[in-house]
Design a protein around this ligand. Structure first.
Ligand code: AMP
Ligand code: MG
Length: 344
């Protein structure tokens, strides 16, 4: 299969992408979070091809993307008041809600669960494509399963060339990490995945929010979890990633003492001078966490090379968007964190 490159700047290319989706084809589409690998969410065969193209296990559900909050009514049932409140505040935007699934949504999209994840993205290109195609589309991130999500069209081409019909190039993604996921099917709202909408923002609106244990630590492959996708290895380059916490100076001392052939350093821009001779990679500025979220996956991809065996990484601390960046980096590191202040 030849993968066609389309440009979001050309109206005829938007129409072409919409036409392909309507006809059961796979198209990678830019969103404000990461590139999505879209297929008509009501066409079971098209959705099955997403799993094939990604090499994704079929018990890992997909998110449905809509262009109006009222479309929720045809996708979900027993929609709680909290969902309308969240939609009003954060849609369009990087927030996915998990709710009881309506009868029209296919088993394949939801991986057989009785719930469905729904999001209304804000990126103008994805909105145009949904409206032009007239279909709510299912889309996971447009990467090969297990690899970091794609935040540029070039990354999508690298992972998906020959596997999907088209890539709609809309430039780099602004948020850079996948959507926040909140589960509204339990007694209390539960954060399944942190993202651009922060836990603080959700708590301020909902009054309460539980944090799922998959956000906090590693989950075993045999575990029974609400969202099966949470137990799979994610965001990982081939190298072993270790997070080195503590002050910039203590971390640099720790890393420099061990640094050798096959090692790489992933740090904040402010720390580059501390790693002279180590060929460090900066993924953003410590003082502007949104640059870190926007740059993390591109940097992990840059460092996914056969000659790199160990990556020493610096990770932002705290809440807000830093919480989402920390979660992705810790997952890439299989939650291996070394405190440089207390380790010589
Ligand atoms: P991706 O877009 O690749 O990050 O994948 C979508 C992710 O959304 C899945 O891996 C799940 O973690 C989550 N998800 C989608 N649908 C549901 C659902 N019905 N229940 C819980 N989590 C879901
Ligand atoms: Mg993904």
């Amino acid at each position: 299969m030849k993968t066609q490159m389309l440009s979001a700047q050309r109206p005829e290319d938007i129409a072409a992408a919409a036409g392909l989706l309507r006809n059961g084809k796979l198209v990678a589409i830019p969103t404000e979070t990461v590139y999505g690998l879209g297929a008509n969410g009501l066409d079971e065969n098209a959705v099955l091809r997403i799993f094939e193209a990604k090499g994704r296990p079929q018990d890992n559900p997909l998110i449905l993307h809509i262009s109006e909050p009222k479309e929720l009514e045809s996708i979900c049932h027993d929609i709680p008041a909290q969902a309308w409140l969240l939609a009003e505040h954060f849609w369009p935007g990087p927030l996915t809600m998990v709710m009881p699934r309506g009868p029209e949504v296919s088993d394949v999209t939801c991986a057989g669960l009785d719930t469905v994840g729904v999001r209304m993205p804000s990126h103008p290109v994805v909105q145009q494509v949904i409206k032009a195609s007239g279909v709510a589309f299912a889309a996971p991130s447009a990467n090969r399963s297990g690899k970091p999500s794609t935040t540029t069209a070039a990354h999508v081409l690298h992972d998906m060339d020959g596997r999907i019909e088209a890539i709609l190039d809309g430039g780099p993604c602004e948020v850079g990490v996948e959507s926040t996921i909140v589960d509204l099917t339990g007694e209390r709202p539960r954060l399944l995945r942190p993202g651009g909408v922060t836990p603080e923002e959700l708590r301020a609106l909902l009054g309460e929010l539980d944090i799922d244990r998959a956000v906090l630590g590693q989950i075993s492959n045999d575990a029974v979890v609400r969202a099966p996708g949470m137990k799979y290895k994610h965001y990982a380059p081939s190298a072993g990633v270790y997070i080195i916490s503590g002050s910039s100076e203590a971390a640099a001392r720790y890393i420099r003492r061990r640094f050798g052939p096959g090692d790489a350093v992933l740090c904040f821009a402010e720390e580059l001078p501390l790693y002279d001779g180590c060929n460090p990679t900066a993924y953003g500025s410590e003082n502007d966490v949104r640059t870190l979220s926007a740059g993390l996956f591109a940097a992990l991809r840059d460092l996914d090379r056969p000659d790199i065996r160990t990556i020493y990484a610096r990770c932002p601390e705290g809440g807000g968007v830093a919480y989402a960046v920390g979660n992705r980096l810790k997952k890439a590191a299989a939650f291996r964190v070394v405190d440089a202040e207390h380790e010589a």
